[in-house]
Design a protein. Structure first.
Length: 428
């Protein structure tokens, strides 16, 4: 009997499902050495091993991988664009073969492109690496002016640039600046990351100053040939003191969740927690199933997982609870992180991948609109701004400024009634 089977003989926890191509077992480096657990994954053709100090963590990771494999197999569907691409590739390959020329198979062509893109990314430096060089250059330049004021101005400028590029996430490659999309993300996140003088959102002048400072860094990159052009040239003018609070209609929410049911079942839990509890996207990536009290109908956002650093409790509406129960019945693990992934970076990548899948299915994704929709409809339903502000982790002033009379009460009731469709046998 193999060691993979022997390790469960003492009644220890076991994986919920066994997946062909993934093995879990125990080993020791020698007599008297502590026992360790290992997962061997051969699904991709090669052999990938992960080591864990305890059986519990190994089983949790195994269940996470097994769930991803199962959901990918269950929900994988081609988008219309992908189907059209395959038709075009078949015609191209057939024409080449008929002309007596070599042609890559589809799987080899895809792997070739993936490998090429990865090599391109690896060959380019990270944003952090280039910022360090830029900061050294600017500080040296400021000291050369022999002016304390110049040094202070440069220090402030560098602090604000560093604040912005930190919003891109750790280890972002410089290729992120190949277009203006990253700058839009930075500015959208800035509104939720810095506080204006009145305690609300930053003013148009403040955002313009941050944009001007980042522009200096981007121009420096262009001069050194690190990027081809400054993407800030493509940004629209700053028109408002704060970004518009886009919201979804109940019908749009129903379409989003229906698409997630078809394409990305694993995304349903964090989507409904955003829509019916107003939890921020990054807070969702830190949230665990253990933070959800299904019996007490509460979600706790711990201080270490909250953007503000303050813990808060958010009520769990019946509609959200039913969606979570639906997801669990579909095989989503009810332990570990709400968003699948063993690191913060992987969980954010999982969220982006799900959003891309929804966009490919025709969903119009609006930045942070699930949270903004919850705020608008909750204010309309309860008419209690301090209470809703506490759930969201916002100030009452911001709540009243942006969400007073934003939606009617009947619209709010419709929002909190977007339930999962019952199976035919349930209806009977």
């Amino acid at each position: 009997m193999s060691r993979e089977k022997n390790i469960w003989n003492d009644g220890g926890c076991k994986p919920e499902k066994r997946i062909r191509g993934i093995r879990i077992g125990s080993y020791s480096k020698g007599q008297g050495e502590p026992m360790r657990w290992r997962i061997v994954n051969t699904l991709s053709g090669g052999k990938k091993m992960e080591t864990f100090p305890s059986r519990m963590t190994a089983v949790q990771r195994y269940d996470e991988i097994a769930s991803l494999v199962e959901q990918e197999g269950k929900s994988f569907q081609l988008t219309p664009t992908e189907r059209a691409a395959i038709v075009a590739w078949r015609a191209h390959r057939q024409a080449r073969l008929m002309a007596g020329k070599d042609s890559l198979t589809l799987d080899k062509a895809i792997h070739h492109v993936i490998s090429w893109e990865e090599k391109q990314d690896e060959a380019r430096p990270t944003v952090g690496e280039m910022f360090l060089k830029f900061a050294t250059h600017k500080e040296k330049e400021a000291r050369g002016r022999n002016s304390e004021r110049a040094v202070e101005n440069v220090s402030r400028e560098l602090r604000e640039i560093e604040t912005m590029i930190a919003l891109l996430g750790q280890n972002a490659r410089i290729s992120v600046f190949d277009d203006e999309a990253a700058l839009r993300v930075i500015e959208e996140r800035l509104y939720d990351s810095i506080v204006g003088r009145n305690g609300g959102y930053p003013s148009k002048t403040t955002i313009a100053r941050y944009r001007r400072h980042l522009n200096v860094f981007l121009n420096w990159l262009v001069k050194r040939g690190v990027i081809a052009r400054n993407p800030s040239d493509l940004l629209p003018d700053i028109q408002e003191d704060e970004p518009p609070r886009e919201v979804y209609s109940p019908e749009e929410l129903a379409s989003i969740l229906a698409a997630a049911q078809r394409l990305r079942t694993d995304a349903v839990p964090w989507l409904v927690l955003g829509a019916f509890c107003g939890i921020r996207p990054r807070e969702l990536s830190r949230l665990s199933w253990e933070d959800i009290d299904m019996k007490g109908n509460l979600v706790k956002v711990h201080h270490g997982k909250s953007k503000t650093g303050r813990a808060r409790f958010v009520p769990l509406p019946d509609v959200c609870k039913q969606w979570l129960e639906w997801a669990i019945k579909e095989g989503i693990p009810s332990h570990g992180h709400i968003v699948l992934g063993d690191t913060p970076q992987r969980r954010e990548w999982t969220q982006r991948r799900a959003i891309d899948a929804l966009k490919g299915d025709g969903v119009k994704w609006k930045h942070d609109a699930l949270r903004h929709s919850f705020a608008s409809y909750a204010c309309a339903l309860y008419e209690d701004y301090p209470r809703v502000a506490a759930w969201l982790g916002n100030s009452v002033a911001v709540m009243e400024k942006h969400y007073r009379q934003a939606r009617r009460k009947n619209e709010a009731e419709a929002w909190f009634n977007v339930y999962p469709e019952k199976e035919e046998n349930d209806k009977a």
